[in-house]
Design a protein around this ligand. Structure first.
Ligand SMILES: [Mg+2]
Ligand SMILES: [Zn+2]
Length: 185
């Protein structure tokens, strides 16, 4: 049941693009402790709080035409701590709060498995990246997360640039990435 799910309000979700020069840069962004405050096995909408710089960072991605794609481990589903519907409720509330600040997520991919399931999508494995690549034509990608050994390690396995939030906000990392892309051009 690995998966991706979309809301009809998404701007880019689900549209398959042909490979070619029209692809977009994608930011692969962790959810918990990167966009929203981490609560242990977060499962209801009243627990959803955006972190400082999260909405501003995602809005800046949107304004620069960079895809904002969330990749998140949600083993609480596989462990039976919460249901798929409860995760979606949290995701919907996150999107709602981001929307109030003019920020939109293009797609969310999640791994519902437990570590012992040995799936290929639990980060730091790269299965969620591969799922996103099947749906979006990307020319370049980078990763933003809060865990060096999870998000950073996934980025290294996929040979992608990455930034870790903590002392830096999501907005700080987006700004750094934009500087790199401007230099590249
Ligand atoms: Mg996290
Ligand atoms: Zn998985």
């Amino acid at each position: 049941m690995a998966g991706r799910y979309n809301r009809s309000t998404e701007r880019s979700g689900g549209r398959r693009r042909s490979a070619g020069p029209n692809g977009r840069i994608a930011a692969f962004i962790d959810r918990d402790n990167t966009i929203i405050e981490d609560c242990p096995y977060c499962k209801s909408r009243d627990q959803v709080r955006l972190l400082k710089g999260a909405a501003a960072g995602i809005r800046k991605l949107n304004l620069n035409g960079i895809l904002a794609i969330v990749l998140t481990n949600q083993s609480g589903i596989g462990r039976g701590y919460f249901t798929l519907e409860q995760m979606q409720e949290v995701n919907d509330e996150m999107r709602r709060q981001l929307g109030l600040e003019g920020a939109a997520i293009d797609a969310i991919y999640f791994c519902p498995h437990r570590p012992e399931d040995m799936c290929s999508c639990r980060k730091p494995a790269t299965g969620l990246i591969e799922m996103a690549r099947r749906d979006f034509n990307t020319t370049d990608e980078f990763v933003i997360g809060d865990r060096e050994e999870i998000d950073g390690e996934m980025a290294r396995r996929a040979s992608l640039k990455y930034g870790i939030v903590g002392s830096k906000t999501l907005l700080d990392i987006v700004d750094e990435m934009l500087v790199l892309y401007r230099k590249d051009r």
